[in-house]
Design a protein around this ligand. Structure first.
Ligand code: PRX
Length: 662
């Protein structure tokens, strides 16, 4: 790592401070057997959009072939695989049964209390057919919207696929959201049916969901005709006769015969709301053919999926896009076997995840940096008690992963605590709700991976890092991450608001999609994500990324997690303020602050040294695990923290205030 102070370049959109020299090429054995081979890049570059046409025909079964690969004449609204017809649920289910894979396990489900269920492809197909019949008998038909407010249980996947089967558009609302959040999403999409459960289990206790649905529907003027209720934990529920229906009454008794009808390639598949920094949530719209093509392709290539032998586990909730693309759709379209787990990683003990990896012999694990840092905080002895030898590919998503967390993940999880000679490769996947599928990620059998970098665009995807004028920055410089060509899984707009779609994503740079993220190209041209540009700090005219300073802090052995914000400063414009969580073994002594300031100075340069470092017990995170820096900025600038209603744990801000008073 460089010990040189950073060289300031005039007009640079973001400083490039952190330098990483570690790199891990795939083993010869892994490379030789990998799904994605080096030629894939050349093939994709030479073929242009036809590369995706090939993937669409290879990976999906079409009822009618498409006549045009891409129509971007109405840019930025794209149409992919024009004229093609297919059914997403047929692609995820029936065809596997027809082709003799009916007995393969599709889902191993493990409930938080330890109850288990296994669905083969044949059984899952039957369940989805019944659900489709039940939904139709409740008056749902093609084009209608269905709100899904369910825990991580198989019925969530069954519901989504049953909607896709009949051409209804699902809108999954994360089960941790409030009644108000649910209602605004029901209203925006004018949902006819809500599918929910009595509740779930969390940290060893039953939780409730149905009361929030009831509360959301108290006020008249909504579009909901029925509420379908899965019985998960047996908690008592209020009942509205005529409106509420038990899943077991409607679905369990429905016919197991249901013929999937072909839908247009551009038929809406789902809406998923994502909250921006301002304004009401945006209903991100995805359609069928392009979305399924890119999710299926990336699931095979990025994770090196071998559907016959792998056991794949993505820890994301179905309430997020990761749970849509890489739990419900891609794994099933690819005929994979996957694990689905209902609960938290620390129930009944902090080794639950690793116990599950051992039990199900999970070979591909896909999770978020926040979870990795939490496990790092708990210490390596916990995963060390389990046999993680089955793991052969690791993935991350959702945030930049700090290089030290990456190294921990590699050694402790991918290397089975150091017992494996060659640890499993890690693929850091950059994408968004809006992009639908992986956009930047290493190919595990091709790319020499670097800790902390998502590195290279997926074959067939065109991204760049540009300066304020939209010009590509040279290697070694930072700027704005853009996508330059349409891609199959791209959002098709914002539900009901085409203008907002143009304004939000296409107005900053001409003819380029701007994702809102800062990024840099390193000396090799590899891409590093530097966090949201809204979070960039300006210190004495240097634009510093929160990510780089956070990574420098996490690279110190005493630090498990760090969040950095800029606080107004009379002399420097902004000053760097860091909030850190220490590792279980580290002591909160007076020296730690000086030690960490010097460490940052040494790792990335004196300009980045935090003015203040505050040791805290927790960091404020959204329910999808992203740090809410806005609230920390309030603390750093001495204000009462603003709206914290989207926090996963609403006691965190008072815990922080309490720890700072000490
Ligand atoms: O800032 C980027 C960050 O998450 C944002 C997208 O969030 P969401 O729509 O909730 O989707 C998350 C799951 C795909 C991005 O704009 N992000 C996602 N993956 C990465 C990332 N930042 C850095 N590295 C990643 N691998």
């Amino acid at each position: 790592m460089s010990e040189q102070p950073p060289v300031k370049q005039q007009g640079e959109a973001l400083e490039n401070l952190y330098h990483e020299h570690r790199s891990f090429p795939p083993s010869a054995e892994f490379a030789a057997a990998a799904v994605a081979q080096p030629e894939l890049y050349e093939d994709a570059a030479a073929a242009g959009p036809e590369f995706w046409a090939r993937q669409a025909r290879d990976l999906l079964s079409w009822d009618e072939d498409f006549t045009q690969t891409l129509d971007f004449s109405d840019a930025p609204f794209a149409k992919w695989f024009v004229g093609g017809k297919l059914n997403a649920s047929y692609n995820a289910l029936d065809r596997h049964v027809e082709q003799g894979r009916g007995d393969r396990v599709a889902i191993y489900f493990e409930g938080e209390p330890g109850d288990t269920r296994t669905y083969t492809y044949a059984q899952l197909t039957e369940e989805v057919k019944k659900a489709a019949n039940a939904f139709e008998s409740l008056g749902v038909s093609k084009g209608d919207r269905v709100a899904v407010y369910l825990p991580m249980i198989p019925e969530a996947v069954i519901t989504m696929l049953a909607c896709a089967r009949i051409g209804a558009v699902h809108s999954v609302v994360f089960g941790g959201f409030s009644a108000d959040a649910l209602r605004s999403r029901i209203d925006d999409a004018e949902a006819k049916l809500v599918v929910t459960a009595d509740g779930s289990y969390r940290r060893g206790k039953p939780t409730q969901l149905k009361p929030a649905v009831d509360e959301s529907l108290v006020r008249d003027g909504h579009s909901v005709q029925h509420v379908l209720v899965v019985k998960r934990n047996g908690e008592p529920v209020d009942w509205t006769d005529g409106r509420d229906v038990w899943w077991d009454d409607a679905v369990a008794t429905a016919s197991a015969e249901h013929t999937p009808v072909p839908h247009d390639s551009e038929h809406p598949l789902f809406i998923l709301y994502t909250s921006g920094t301002t304004g009401k949530p945006k209903g991100i719209l995805h359609t069928t053919g392009g979305y399924l093509t890119q999710t299926a392709f990336t699931h095979l290539a990025t994770f090196d999926l071998k559907p016959e032998t792998d056991v794949y586990w993505c820890t994301a909730d179905v309430g997020w896009v990761t749970g849509h693309s890489y739990v419900t759709y891609a794994p099933l379209v690819n005929g994979a076997t996957q694990l689905m787990y209902e609960g938290t990683p620390d129930t009944p003990h902090q080794g639950r995840w690793w116990e599950l990896v051992e039990k199900y012999k999970v070979s591909i694990l896909y999770t978020a940096p926040t979870a990795i840092r939490t496990c790092m905080k708990w210490g390596r002895d916990i995963p060390g008690k389990f046999n993680l030898d089955s793991i052969r590919v690791l993935g991350t998503v959702g945030e930049p992963i700090n290089p030290e967390a990456w190294m921990w993940y590699r050694t402790v999880i991918g290397g089975n605590g150091g017992k494996k000679e060659i640890p499993a490769p890690i693929v850091d996947t950059w994408w968004q709700t809006e992009t639908g599928a992986h956009m930047i990620a290493p190919m595990p059998g091709v790319t020499a991976t670097k800790p902390g970098s998502a590195q290279v665009p997926v074959p067939g995807i065109s991204v760049d890092v540009v300066d304020e004028m939209g010009q590509p920055v040279p290697n070694g410089s930072g700027g704005f991450l853009v996508v330059k060509e349409p891609w199959p899984a791209m959002l098709r707009g914002i539900w009901g608001d085409p203008q907002r779609f143009k304004d939000t994503y296409w107005s900053r740079f001409d003819n380029m999609y701007f994702a809102g993220d800062g990024a840099k190209k390193d000396e090799d041209g590899d891409i590093w994500l530097l966090g949201r540009v809204d979070d960039v700090m300006n210190v004495s005219g240097h634009r510093l990324s929160t990510t780089e300073i956070e990574s420098a802090l996490v690279s110190h052995p005493s630090v498990a997690e760090a969040a950095v914000v800029g606080a107004v400063d009379e002399t420097t414009g902004e000053a760097v303020v860091a909030f850190v969580i220490l590792r279980g073994s580290a002591k909160d002594d007076a020296d730690i602050v000086t030690t960490l300031r010097n460490h940052v100075g040494k790792e990335i340069g004196p300009i980045a040294k935090p003015r203040h470092i505050l040791v805290v017990p927790e960091l404020p995170k959204t329910r999808s695990g992203k740090i809410m820096r806005r609230l920390l900025k309030d603390v750093a600038e001495g204000r009462e923290p603003g709206d914290s209603s989207t926090l996963a744990d609403n006691t965190v801000m008072s815990q922080i205030a309490e720890s700072l008073r000490k």
